[in-house]
Design a protein around this ligand. Structure first.
Ligand code: ZN
Length: 236
């Protein structure tokens, strides 16, 4: 009688995702502004060094943007039902990365006021940066409502098989890295840390994709062995 509940991001996760999307756009706007400035002011032979610095700064800013964008999609994923939207929402970072440097590449290579050498160095750097910005913006493992729903239902099944209360698991909320949740609040990975607790579904909604901590899984597997056979389990 296990019904599959469709994943829905919690209001907190949605709020955070919205914030991250805003940060992403701010970063992209900054990168674009820097690009416009570089195109207008820096494409000349005697400003080659500044041009390279600007290209690196644009690349870094574009990557900050796509990193926030990817995080927002993990927190508040879209549905696979609308294939176009699913594609563009997940891969927007790649497009923005390219847009942040493509005009610069074109302007450098078509400029009449710079030498062939400057063109080769600056143009080459801009082209490499554009490729890096594009590739780093690609989401290779896009989250979706359907995927989260499936993962949660599988996690619930695993938890049930280990006799873990899937409605009361723990996860660290103090910015600890990792996407694991824990069956026991005294697990050594989270002991003494600030914890949230709730259903596996909530762990997903709050922290993005999550899986059961291996230590907790082992502990649960041990304690769920029926008492009569417990003595037969080799002790570590
Ligand atoms: Zn644990």
């Amino acid at each position: 009688m296990s019904e599959t509940k469709v994943f829905e991001a919690s209001p907190e996760a949605k709020g955070k995702a919205k914030q991250f999307r805003m940060y992403a756009f701010i970063a992209w706007i900054l990168a674009m502004a820097l690009q416009v400035f570089a195109i207008i002011k820096l494409i000349s032979d005697d400003k080659l060094v500044l041009m390279i610095i600007a290209i690196v700064a644009i690349l870094a800013t574009a990557i900050v943007g796509s990193t926030f964008w990817k995080k927002s999609n993990k927190l508040d994923p879209t549905s696979e039902k609308n294939a176009m939207r699913f594609f563009f929402q997940n891969q927007l970072g790649a497009f923005m990365g390219v847009f942040c440097l493509l005009p610069m590449v074109i302007m450098i290579f078509t400029s009449n006021s710079i030498s062939g050498k400057t063109k080769a160095i600056a143009g080459g750097a801009a082209a490499v940066a554009m490729t890096a910005a594009g590739v780093s913006g690609i989401e290779f493992d896009p989250a979706s409502i359907e995927k989260y729903t499936k993962e949660i239902s599988e996690q619930n099944k695993t938890a049930k098989s280990l006799n873990i209360n899937s409605d009361n698991v723990y996860w660290a909320t103090d910015g600890t890295k990792g996407n694991k949740y824990h069956a026991f609040d005294d697990c050594r990975y989270v002991k003494g840390k600030k914890l949230s607790n709730g259903s596996i579904q909530k762990a997903f909604a709050d922290k993005g994709s999550s899986e059961l901590c291996k230590i907790c899984a082992k502990k649960a597997a041990k304690s769920s062995v029926p008492a009569a056979t417990k003595e037969l389990v080799p002790q570590e």
